[in-house]
Design a protein around this ligand. Sequence first.
Ligand code: HEM
Length: 404
Amino acid sequence: MAADSQNSIVDRIKAWALDHLDPVFRVLRWVKPILVLNDFALVTRFDHVQEVLARDDIFQVTYREKMERVTAGENFFLGMQNTPRYTRDVSNMRLAVRRDDLEGRIAPFVDDCASQIMAVSQGRIDVPWQLTRLVPTRLVGDYFGVPGWNEAEFADAATSMFQYLFYPDDPQVEETALAAAAKTRSYLDEVIAERKQNRGQHDDVLERCLKMQDSGLPGMTDLDIRNNLIGLIIGAIPTTSKCAVLMLDYLLSRPDLLPDAQAAARADNDALLTQYLLESLRFRAFAPGIGRLAAEDYVVGKGSLRATKIPKGAHVLAATQSAMMDGCKIKSPGQFRLDRPDYQYMHFGYGLHTCFGQYINRVQIPRIAKAVLKRKGLRRAVGDAGQVQSDGPFPVHWMVEFDE
Ligand code: HEM
């Protein structure tokens, strides 16, 4: 067979597999749970995925180079290995982004912001464009203290930088993302400088960072604050928007679940809505998994029948989407259940680099969805407009209608 036609068959198999990840993962979990092909390894079972993500010394993050291009200098903590610098930066930002803010500050802000948007939407809303992108952008404005030079462009900038950092190389995405990064850096420089002239007017993440700077805390120069804010903005906006759309799209595709989800929304049962979020994302994953690079030869599942050596230099995909469907660990994985224990979910990663925003996510995403779910007569618009339209990995348009 000619090399060209062989390549096109391989490409077609790859494209088919990407469109049918759930069945592919199901077969792999039983037949070849740790698949090693040259310098690529795919890990599909729950325990093995957690083993990879827990061994951050062996399976290392790979984002440094791109991160340094986005900041035009220093790395951001997601791109760092487990170093003293990582601990310093994460600890500093945890002092500024506090779990204590969830209940009194973040939850009411998101509730108000989402319900105000719904109140003026007159029976029809473009969910990603008019709601799910806007709420996290406004939260970043209010809580982080950086509202952006223009909401839509700010959200676009965060989205393109995210795509550049976490998806395969694409020259066009890179060009857009690096231009967005330059614009975001100079915007943040201006905001930080302006804030330093007007201290004590706000209680937000930026003001708290400046207070830490006042006290001489290492890792809190203007440039450090800018780098940390860039990383958080990128992590916060496109992810939240996509997860809220995935949750709502899934629930609208399940007429058997929708009435109860709507009843939970109308009762403001936020804890139950968080369970709806976590379970919906198991069926509509944010991403198939998390990438790592093997720094050493390492045997995953050592001592078990499935033990497999991953060679040094291999690119590893820890398939969290597959892990959360692993029947060895997850009871009746094909069933939608609201009583699963929290540890069975890995939407926000696992181990050292577990999402910095994980607790914000559990509060923000269900509350955005709640504002939509409360509406009576909720339905997709007819035709293509009623189906989620994406630009690359992120939803951009999706029309939903309601009666009141
Ligand atoms: C809303 C949906 C979100 C999802 C699905 C999500 C997902 C993730 C995942 C899977 C990781 C681990 C990456 C890895 O191990 O390579 C991660 C890390 C991270 N996320 Fe999120 N994230 C979300 C929202 C947020 C928000 C709101 C913020 C900021 C407030 C944020 C900031 C971060 C940061 C800074 C890290 C790196 C943590 C570290 O290195 O210790 N994320 N996120």
